[in-house]
Design a protein around this ligand. Structure first.
Ligand SMILES: Cc1cc2nc3c(=O)[nH]c(=O)nc-3n(C[C@H](O)[C@H](O)[C@H](O)COP(=O)(O)O)c2cc1C
Length: 279
């Protein structure tokens, strides 16, 4: 940022006095120095500049080693200043130092007594990227949603199955707007979810492959039978058959709400997805 180049050049040249150096500028200068120089060098330049400001203001004793360095450590650890608005709070050091400890640190550097000098985690501005990382940690059931309209059948692996309402009995699945199952399901007005058993990882992988064959041949070699809501996989852990209750477009997916007409479970252990793996 050009304006910070000018500010830092003026600071290093001793051309900024006390009245022109409010907290916000202090933060920008410290961060800018930390970006431009190795850390120890950047701190020396900051400390020497602040000593100069204090001397020019007629109070050389105002320089405080621990406050200057603690602020520097916090500011220098920020990858981008705008992600850490707390750096603009002048009371921030109270999180790390008691008043007594800070009072003893004017002449020499003292480590904090309340908390290590680490900035709190920033607000998740890159929420989209973070969301995938977070969702990996949420275990989900894995099912195969299948539907039949006329003579056409189609099935898709889903991990977005959820219970919605007990009375009436409603469940939901989220389908990508481009999903072929979504297109067929609109026509069919019905679908069935086979919630897979722990041994059916290969089945989950198969129905997630874009290049799998279309129609009935995608079920080749997978034991199944045709139920009233669509093809059901024989060795699944449970089956939920639904009439289509509602469809809501939501971002790049549709929420499919099904009115439950069939619900059957076995004692087979369910297949789960967690942290990018099947369990
Ligand atoms: C574990 C797992 C879970 C998935 N969950 C969903 C889901 O809930 N909704 C969805 O639209 N796609 C989901 N997918 C991706 C689809 O299975 C995949 O894109 C499939 O090829 C879509 O097929 P279709 O377009 O023929 O319906 C999942 C894939 C995997 C491997």
């Amino acid at each position: 940022m050009r304006s910070d180049d000018t500010l830092i050049a003026a600071f290093e040249a001793g051309q900024i006095d006390n009245t022109e150096f409010p907290h916000e500028r202090h933060v920008r200068v410290a961060w800018g120095l930390a970006q431009r120089y190795p850390r120890a060098d950047a701190f020396e330049r900051l400390a020497s500049g602040i000593r100069g400001i204090a001397a020019r203001a007629g109070s050389p004793g105002a320089y405080h080693e621990t406050i200057t360095r603690a602020w520097f450590e916090l500011i220098a650890s920020a990858d981008k200043l705008e992600r850490y608005p707390e750096l603009l709070e002048k009371t921030l050091l109270a999180r790390y130092y008691s008043a007594e400890r800070l009072a003893q640190g004017r002449e020499r550097w003292l480590e904090p007594d309340l908390h290590p000098l680490r900035l709190p985690a920033p607000a998740p501005t890159e929420a989209k990227a973070n969301l995938f990382d977070v969702l990996r940690h949420v275990p989900t059931a894995v099912g195969v949603l299948a539907t039949k309209a006329g003579a056409t059948v189609h099935a898709t692996t889903v991990s977005s199955f959820a219970s919605v309402s007990r009375d009436p009995a409603l469940v939901s699945v989220c389908l990508d707007n481009d999903s072929r199952s979504l297109a067929l399901l609109r026509e069919a007005g019905a679908f069935v979810v086979s919630l897979l058993a722990a041994e059916q990882e290969a089945v989950a992988t198969h129905f997630a492959q874009r290049e799998r064959p279309a129609g009935t041949s995608q079920f080749a070699g997978i034991p199944h039978h045709l139920g009233s809501h669509g093809p059901m996989l024989d060795t699944a852990a449970a089956w939920i058959g639904c009439d289509l209750h509602a469809l809501h477009e939501c971002g790049d997916h549709h929420i499919v709400i099904g009115r439950v007409e069939l619900a059957e479970a076995t004692d087979r252990r369910p297949l789960l997805r967690h942290d990018g793996a099947y369990h």
